[in-house]
Design a protein around this ligand. Structure first.
Ligand code: Z5A
Length: 249
């Protein structure tokens, strides 16, 4: 982990299975931090975030890389991450901004590693080359029963605000159970960086737990005091994450 302050900015990632509420909570935390911290907040996502990485995202989620196997997919996620880091994340951190990222390297460890069956040592080596010193200061792992998360994702799609089932959502429930265990194992392995948040709770309660975790782990950002701010500070709970990726304000 790079300590906040050594590079100016603060890097927070959101991880977890499908439909755990990452996008919803990123928007809420971003709104709070914009009001509270007095610093620009950039929200972004993986795969994607930069123009070139978004093109790779389209191919990955359409399943175009699946026939080449999980290591080829890991390489493509990494290619997208290199561009995202170089063109968006590192410049924002160097400017002293707070960067909130929807998924990052832990998703490669969980999806391509634990759930996809790749050798963890090979993936760690790849991560070391791709990510280098740009480690998150804090990773919030949103955790709930995969059946609940998948049901939420399904309900969102049925309500018409989303497209077809993507390549990973279409995997069997056993895959999603392995994913959940993988994220919990990452949190157990790196407790200083990771905080587990109960994502089965209502969105307001999840938001409060996230504010408490951020206040405890990154006291300089002071989001716990955001509870004193007016309710209109945060976005709608059904906001999709992709709409403001790359925005700093
Ligand atoms: N992937 C990978 O394999 N390797 C990698 O290295 C990386 C990614 C970086 C990206 O998909 C896929 O890429 C992902 C992993 C893989 N797998 N899939 N699929 P994505 O970006 O399209 O999707 P996602 O990251 O899985 O997120 P999501 O499914 O869109 O869910 P979410 O962001 O966690 O949840 P949400 O959109 O905030 O909420 C979902 C719905 O639930 C929505 O209607 C909300 O209003 C509702 N919601 C949210 N919170 C609550 C609570 N607390 N209670 C009730 N309802 C709620």
């Amino acid at each position: 982990m790079t300590a906040p302050g050594t590079r100016g900015g603060t890097f927070i990632t959101f991880e977890g299975g499908e439909g755990t509420g990452k996008s919803t909570q990123i928007r809420r935390l971003a709104a709070r931090l914009r009001l509270e911290s007095g610093r620009p907040v950039l929200t972004t996502r993986e795969p994607g975030g930069s123009a070139k990485a978004e093109r790779i995202r389209e191919a990955l989620l359409a399943g175009l890389a699946k026939p080449y196997g999980p290591f080829a997919e890991a390489l493509l996620f990494s290619a997208a991450r290199i561009d995202h880091l170089d063109t968006l994340i590192r410049p924002a951190l160097a400017r002293g901004e707070i960067v909130l990222c929807d998924r990052f390297a832990d998703s490669t460890r969980a999806y391509q590693g634990a759930a996809g069956g790749l050798d963890p040592a090979a993936l760690r080596a790849l991560e070391g080359v791709v990510v280098g010193p740009t480690r998150p200061d804090l990773t919030l792992i949103l955790d709930c029963d995969p059946e609940l998360g998948l049901a939420r994702a399904r309900a969102r799609r049925d309500a018409g605000s989303d497209g077809a089932v993507d390549r990973f959502e279409a995997e069997a429930l056993a895959f999603h159970a392995r994913l959940r265990n993988a994220f919990l194992a990452i949190a157990a392995e790196e407790p200083g960086r990771c905080a587990i948040v109960d994502a089965a709770l209502p969105a307001d309660a999840v938001e409060a737990a996230i504010r408490a975790a951020v206040a405890e782990r990154l006291p300089g950002l002071r989001p716990a005091q955001a509870g004193l701010l007016p309710a209109q500070a945060h976005g709608r709970s059904d906001d999709r994450p992709g709409t403001e990726h790359g925005d700093a304000a």
